[in-house]
Design a protein around this ligand. Structure first.
Ligand SMILES: [Zn+2]
Length: 436
């Protein structure tokens, strides 16, 4: 439904009489995005069967008449791009040279791509724009990939340890004798189709647009002035996928798929901070993915930039202090309450959009899901993907200080094949004090 009648006629140029006395080499008018442009822009028909019918996502800032989305490319990095332009380091008219950048593996197209409600937060054609929109590119449209697919070796001390202890064996194909896992990795930027994103969150599109506009401090006026633009490139982090084995096997339900959706935790994932189980869970899942690929299956880690339950690291560290300074010390029974006191909610990750990337990969069944999160499990199965076995982290991999988190999660109903801690157990202080 219409938010505001199409284009308004806001004054879009600063009158030359108000220009500074000093002559500027290239005076530019500021163009408000609410101004009706549209001429020359290609319509987007979300969920259409082919790339041509769907139309390219054009988020360029160089030719505004070509834009058919709200926001611009690269998520939060769009702000760095603006800084680079402001600093004179980047020409605003720069167009990407896409020579030799095409995906190392072709993903899809899969039937899920043309189901408008199935994929709403990424562009299924985002990896192949140079190919499927070659004509539009040649006609001068600045169309950028929102997905990139490449190959890599990943080398982790935990995998080398598993190799040395005999849990994994090198095969020279999926795992080298030196302990490098051979992967396909995929970077995915968010592309939101607002009508269906609103539906996922059970709100009206009008309300979603208005709240996005207001809660970003009015960063994207088009959200409320241009109801004809239905696609939004939000300034948030995306996802990275690590695929162990052949990417096309992900869509084959007869091939065993081991998968983990992992939400970013920089402190643990990268720096080894021991207050949570994030890195041990991640490396355990990678070990399971390698072993799965070696059994003839395929493995997938989907890594989402949702730091600290999407609350951000500042909030997360404030919560750590509040937990460890509270009367009685760091206990599992207060684990969620302390987060809620600081942030107002326990969790803002909202897994509703997460399964989209699985549908993009053509996945219909996850045979082995390495996760204890019910939110993730419910979102995946609720989107129509079957889940076989659920694999949780072995006890010996849980750091001592992370016991608080594990007990709290198990008591809150997270999946566990073992004993759920009772109320008395949850009151025992198990986390280190701040000065320990
Ligand atoms: Zn963590």
């Amino acid at each position: 439904m219409s938010v505001v009648s199409s284009a308004n006629s806001a004054s879009v140029s600063s009158p030359s009489t108000s220009a500074p006395a000093a002559p500027s080499p290239s005076p530019r008018h500021i163009r408000l995005t609410s101004h009706s442009s549209g001429l020359g822009s290609i319509p987007i028909r979300w969920g259409a069967a082919t790339a041509q019918e769907r139309g390219p996502v054009v988020g360029t800032t160089t030719n505004r008449a070509h834009r058919n989305v709200i926001g611009t490319h690269s998520g939060s990095y769009s702000v760095y791009r603006a800084l680079a332009v402001a600093a004179g380091a980047l020409k605003r008219e720069h167009k990407a040279d896409l020579t030799n950048t095409s995906p190392t593996d072709v993903i899809g197209p899969y039937p899920q791509w043309s189901d408008p409600g199935r994929i709403v937060s990424l562009d299924p054609w985002g990896a192949s724009v140079a190919e499927v929109y070659a004509g539009e590119l040649a006609a001068g449209y600045d169309i950028r990939p929102t997905i990139a697919v490449t190959q890599a070796h990943v080398i982790l001390p935990e995998v080398i340890d598993a190799l040395q202890k005999g849990r994994l064996k090198a095969d020279g194909k999926f795992l080298t004798p030196g302990g490098a896992a051979v992967v396909t990795k995929v970077a995915v930027e968010p592309v939101w189709y607002l009508p269906e994103v609103a539906r996922r969150f059970n709100c009206s599109e009008t309300d979603l647009r208005r709240v996005l506009f207001e809660e970003t401090g009015g960063m994207y006026p088009e959200l409320v002035t241009r109801s004809d633009l239905e696609v939004f490139l939000p300034p948030i982090g995306g996802q990275t996928l690590y695929i162990f084995g052949k990417p096309r096997d992900l869509a084959d339900t007869s091939v065993e798929l081991t998968a983990r959706i992992h939400d970013e935790c920089n402190g643990s994932d990268v720096f080894g901070s021991d207050i949570c189980t994030c890195r041990p869970y991640l490396t355990h899942a990678i070990e399971e993915c390698i072993a799965g690929a070696q059994r003839g299956g395929v493995g997938l880690i989907a890594y989402s930039r949702k730091e600290g339950r999407a609350l951000g690291e500042v909030t997360k560290f404030l919560v750590y202090n509040a937990r460890k300074r509270q009367v009685g010390g760091d206990t599992a029974d207060q684990y969620f309450a302390r987060t809620e006191c600081v942030a107002g909610v326990q969790d803002m990750r909202f897994q509703e959009l997460m399964p989209d990337v699985f549908h993009w990969l053509g996945i219909q069944k996850i045979h082995r899901l390495v996760s204890m999160s019910n939110m993730k499990f419910d979102a995946i199965t609720g989107s129509g993907i079957a889940v076989g076995e659920r694999i949780n982290i072995p006890d010996e991999l849980i750091p001592a200080d992370a016991r608080v988190e594990m007990d709290a999660k198990m008591a809150a109903g997270y999946f566990t094949p073992g004993v759920v801690p009772d109320a008395e157990e949850l009151k025992k202080a198990k986390g280190r004090g701040l000065s320990e």
